[in-house]
Design a protein around this ligand. Sequence first.
Ligand code: SAM
Length: 211
Amino acid sequence: MVDVQIARRGVRDAALLDAMRTVPRERFVPDGLAEFAYEDGPLPIEAGQTISQPYIVAAMVEAAEIEPGSHVLEVGAGSGYAAAVLGQVAGRVVAIERHRELARSACARMSDLGYDNVDVREGDGTLGLPEEAPFDAILVAAGGLEVPDALQRQLKIGGRLVMPVGGPDVQTLCKVTRVAKDRFEQESLGAVKFVPLIGAQGWPEDGRRAA
Ligand code: SAM
């Protein structure tokens, strides 16, 4: 999967490619779907959510320019797979998930796999984690109409945030770099489709309009 679906599509970061070879994706998918774990597509997980397509995980991690000492926030931990990959290339990762059952099982997986630099918490990630900020990088694995201000303000100067931005059906993967205290530069990385980012600075629970 890594050679054919990820490296061949342009992901070059050697440490990231090694991380994707190392993290056992079959441990992050529901029973009965393990045989599909190394196909390059999203899969359903509990609570009506998805584990992201491996290529998209790789593209987001590469865009976020993670280094061995990086302090990283992931919003939308889901199964915990992307957080586990991040944990292989960063110094410390905190991942937030709004569904309790997902947060608990992702947490158990980190413990079972010995990924002790990855901390999974339950909560509304649109507010970030002020007590852990600032972050070198923030990855948001769910789509919102705009980048939550609370999140971009938890970046270090020079920090990067990668997030799908747009309507409920299709979004643009955006990279925001905090170039100065009050200056943020944004670039588009292409079209993607993610589940909605639901929370105080995202979509409301019923999904009809942005909060
Ligand atoms: N990174 C995940 C993985 O590797 O399995 C994929 C996550 S899935 C595409 C997006 C996740 O974002 C869902 O589990 C959803 O519940 C979560 N989510 C949506 N809004 C959220 C919020 N405000 N705070 C935390 N998690 C949120």
